[in-house]
Design a protein around this ligand. Structure first.
Ligand SMILES: CC(C)(COP(=O)(O)OP(=O)(O)OC[C@H]1O[C@@H](n2cnc3c(N)ncnc32)[C@H](O)[C@@H]1OP(=O)(O)O)[C@@H](O)C(=O)NCCC(=O)NCCS
Length: 129
């Protein structure tokens, strides 16, 4: 089977998930609404035996496109709990549509016209959560 990315959820629901399918489920990206147009990257996970094949990149690209299309800002707290070190994870997200946020360890997709400062309370909250 050729791979496909399936999705569920919506802006209205405040939850969006992208599933990478190739014969079976291989990984997913989950984002959820935090407050108004600010969303949080809740989870990105690729099955351990299937990493390094571009699946994470495909899911992050879908996620970034969703945020741009729906004009939401996405906050992503780097959490190196898998094989990738902090700097490798940062590099991975930066080359796939994220920018550096105002706090170390937080990357963002900022909707057009917004300023990072507007989201400082959310950054602080998520960072401390
Ligand atoms: C992070 C994760 C989602 C990446 O998924 P993936 O499918 O392996 O990613 P890709 O194959 O698309 O690789 C993306 C990039 O990650 C980096 N990368 C992947 N494997 C790597 C390795 N072994 N060493 C160094 N960098 C690596 C590279 O920058 C790579 O891009 P490149 O292929 O152009 O060099 C996956 O490792 C994972 O599920 N990890 C555990 C959960 C986790 O850490 N989630 C993120 C929390 S913030």
């Amino acid at each position: 089977m050729r791979f496909e990315v399936q999705e569920s959820g919506s802006v209205e629901l405040g939850l969006k998930t992208f599933f990478y399918i190739e014969n079976s489920y291989m990984g997913s990206a989950v984002i959820e609404k935090f407050h108004d147009d600010i969303w949080h990257f809740n989870r990105l996970y690729i099955h351990k035996n299937l990493r390094g094949r571009g699946i994470g990149t495909a899911l992050v690209n879908k996620t970034a496109a969703f945020c741009n299309e729906n004009k939401v800002t996405l906050i992503n707290v780097l959490n190196p709990y898998g094989d990738l070190q902090y700097e490798q994870l940062k590099h991975f997200y930066l080359k796939n549509g994220f920018s550096v946020g105002p706090i170390e360890g937080v990357l963002v997709i900022l909707k057009a016209g917004d300023s990072l400062e507007r989201f400082l309370p959310a950054f602080a909250y998520i960072r401390g959560a």
